[in-house]
Ligand binder design. Structure first.
Ligand code: ACO
Length: 339
């Protein structure tokens, strides 16, 4: 028995903000952003749209896609939602702080009455962690058959738009994957590595709002909670983390570069991907990048790429692919998957 990705989905806010359309007060340029990160634009959610709204759209998109697949008995979105056993959401920008989980809000709106639901906090590695957690939960209980793993972020709401070192890097979006048990031994998630280095936790942080530094009654704040980042430190960590995970996954499964159809990296900075590729002597073309369009959508970045590949006809059943990423925590990891 294996756990395969049955279908994928995504939700991208319509509003697109190019580098040249960034607020005039930010001392930056299209040239700097492109040359240092590969980012050309980002998509921004409307004010009324929260994390669960984007996640719900991505989830519906994946389930609708699933209805068109071979071997799926259900005919409607309502029917297939009832077959879900678990909904796992990776996010750093939940609807509410701490409780309830955003996954429960999605579960209700989806009508997934038979599913358990929970959020995981693993920064941009959320989807990678989510695949392994969901696949473990499906494997451990014969009664469970399907799980949805979603990455969804409204990062634009947690940025200091005066900090040019961070605000130009991020965007909003969501991606989802429907996991299903399969008897086909040639498919599914082959191996996952999950790691963390909490000694770097203060390199990437939303400092206000938690129990360490909560808001007090009557307090007037100068600025809303926002991402604070030591970009250089994260960059150095990220190149090392990506290199380590790719090498370990390939070695553990005896996989060569030519066996891999694609490597789907977290879309944080094209230079990070290039540096890791160079260290491993892997051609840049093996890595799929869409950062130019969406910027860094954190836990959503990998499932958005997967959905683009899948719907674009660039993924075939049986293709071997790898995900690899890193994020706040600091967390890192990757999945080796036979699609
Ligand atoms: N426009 C113009 N200049 C800028 C900008 C900007 N947007 N941002 C920084 N600079 C300036 C700096 O102020 C600095 O100027 P100075 O030399 O006068 O002091 C100069 O550019 C160089 O700054 P560095 O920080 O050394 O630039 P670097 O080449 O490292 O690029 C960057 C910065 C893009 C942030 C890079 O370090 C990076 O990508 N780090 C990783 C970030 C990342 O991946 N974050 C996401 C983590 S995943 C998650 O969980 C959310």
């Amino acid at each position: 028995m294996a756990i395969e990705i049955k279908a994928t989905g995504r939700a991208i806010p319509a509003k697109r903000l190019t580098n040249t359309e960034l607020p005039a007060g930010i001392d930056t340029s299209d040239d700097w952003i492109r040359s240092h990160t590969g980012i050309g634009s980002r998509h921004i959610a409307d004010d009324a749209v929260a994390c669960s709204d984007l996640a719900l759209s991505a989830a519906r998109s994946a389930l609708t896609f699933a209805l068109e697949q071979d071997g799926v008995q259900e005919k409607t979105l309502e029917e297939i939602a009832l077959t879900l056993d678990m909904i796992i959401l990776g996010t750093a920008t939940a609807d509410y702080y701490g409780c309830p989980s955003t996954a429960c809000i999605i579960q209700n709106k989806l009508g997934a009455k038979n599913a358990g639901a929970m959020d995981i906090s693993a920064g941009c590695s959320g989807f990678i962690y989510g695949l392994e957690i969901a696949s473990g939960l499906l494997s451990i209980n014969p009664a469970r058959k399907r799980a949805l793993v979603i990455g969804s972020e409204v990062l634009s709401r947690f940025l200091d738009w005066n900090d040019r070192g961070s605000c130009v890097l991020f965007g909003d979006g969501a991606g989802a994957a429907l996991l299903e048990k399969t008897d086909n031994p040639k498919r599914g998630i082959l191996r996952t590595i999950l790691k963390a280095d909490g000694s770097g936790s203060d390199h990437l942080m939303i400092k206000r709002g938690g129990s360490r530094n909560c808001f007090k009654s009557g307090e007037v704040v100068d600025i809303h909670p926002h991402v604070e980042m030591n970009g250089r430190a994260v960059y150095i960590f990220a190149v090392r983390a990506m290199t380590e995970i790719i090498a370990q996954l390939m070695e553990a499964e005896g996989v060569g570069v030519d066996d891999l159809r694609w490597i789907v990296p977290h879309q944080a900075n094209a230079r990070i991907v290039s540096a890791a590729a160079k260290r491993l002597s892997i051609p840049d073309e093996k890595f799929v990048l869409n950062i130019e369009e969406y910027a860094n959508t954190s836990s959503a970045s990998i499932p958005i790429v997967l959905d683009e590949l899948n719907r674009g006809g660039k993924l075939r059943r049986g293709d071997l692919i790898m995900t690899v990423g890193f994020g706040a925590g600091l967390t890192y990891g990757g999945n080796l998957i036979v699609f």
